[in-house]
Ligand binder design. Structure first.
Ligand SMILES: *[C@@H]1O[C@H](CO)[C@@H](O)[C@H](O)[C@H]1NC(C)=O
Length: 276
């Protein structure tokens, strides 16, 4: 009995960690290294209830924001839609053509040779928008309209063998775009970007992220609402009105100079004294 209890106590956190979910639905930094809540200006359903902003990134806090492993038994969205009460942490606003950055914890599912992991699989990473105002029944519903295929990360399997250098190079497509994975394989941050289609009808829509790690395990999903505006000017007006920055996302690798894996200050190419 004692052994059983001990196993349970050790086993539960591991079980709770074997999943993933979207933490931020409008993140300011693409391809970033570390999570920074200050860079998140919008959140998925019930983010406050899950304490997504303030808890240590990647820890589940007793809840996991995901589709359960039995989509035939549980709804597509872990939390039912409730726009009036589900957004104590604010809802996203997007504009047509916008590149949106979202992020998620890695939960040990990255192939990176730097920490001797090469065969962690990635199978499918998709973004959908829901046709209509009601949550679709299930992952195969034709109410789910695919708006982006975010690619698949490289990993070794069967006859497929990538070089260690390739498996440790970022950015990557798919789930495993987590440059600091090996520092904390469980709770490291991975980011994706997707684009709001130009032909989307402005208005409030439900967005659904779907990740398949391996075909034998049912997909993981996160659902959220966002107000889609026709232009950036209208989106900016809305964000200003709700106390948020109107900045567009930036790319980590465009604003930082990395030398031998370390961030260095931009080097001035011309020495002003010598060039006189
Ligand atoms: C955005 O995501 C797409 C799809 O995964 C990828 O091909 C592209 O490189 C990403 N863009 C940037 C700037 O990272």
């Amino acid at each position: 009995m004692k052994l059983f209890v001990a196993l349970l106590a050790v086993g539960l956190p591991v079980l709770a960690a074997a999943h993933s979910w979207i933490v931020c639905t409008d993140y300011l930094e693409n391809n970033g290294w570390y999570w920074d809540a200050a860079k998140c200006r919008a959140w998925p359903r019930n983010a406050q209830r899950y304490n997504l902003r303030d808890r240590v990134f990647g820890t589940s806090g007793g809840y996991v924001h995901r589709l359960d492993d039995h989509p035939e038994l549980t709804p597509l969205c872990n939390d039912p839609r409730d726009d009036a009460n589900g957004y104590q942490l604010p809802m996203a606003a997007y504009y047509l053509g916008q590149k949106v950055v979202i992020n998620h914890p890695t939960n040990n599912h990255v192939s990176d040779a730097q920490c001797n992991m090469r065969g962690r699989a990635d199978t499918e990473n998709l973004m959908f928008v829901v046709d209509g105002d009601e949550d679709p029944c299930c992952i195969d519903s034709d109410k789910l309209i695919q708006i982006m295929d975010m690619g698949v990360s490289p990993y070794n399997h069967g006859d497929v063998h990538f070089s260690d250098e390739f498996l440790s190079t970022y950015p990557k497509p798919g789930f495993q775009n987590a440059p600091k994975y090996c520092e904390d394989p469980e709770d490291a941050m991975g980011t994706y970007n997707f684009t709001i289609p130009m032909d989307m009808k402005p208005g409030r829509h439900t967005f659904v992220w779907k990740w398949i790690r391996v075909p034998e395990v049912n997909p993981f999903t996160t659902c959220w609402e966002a107000d889609v505006f026709a232009t950036k000017a209208e989106r900016d007006h809305h964000y200003l009105h709700t106390g948020r920055t109107t900045e567009d996302m930036w790319d980590f690798y465009e604003i930082n100079t990395i030398v031998d894996g370390v961030i260095v200050d931009p080097v001035d190419p011309v020495d002003p004294i010598i060039s006189g």
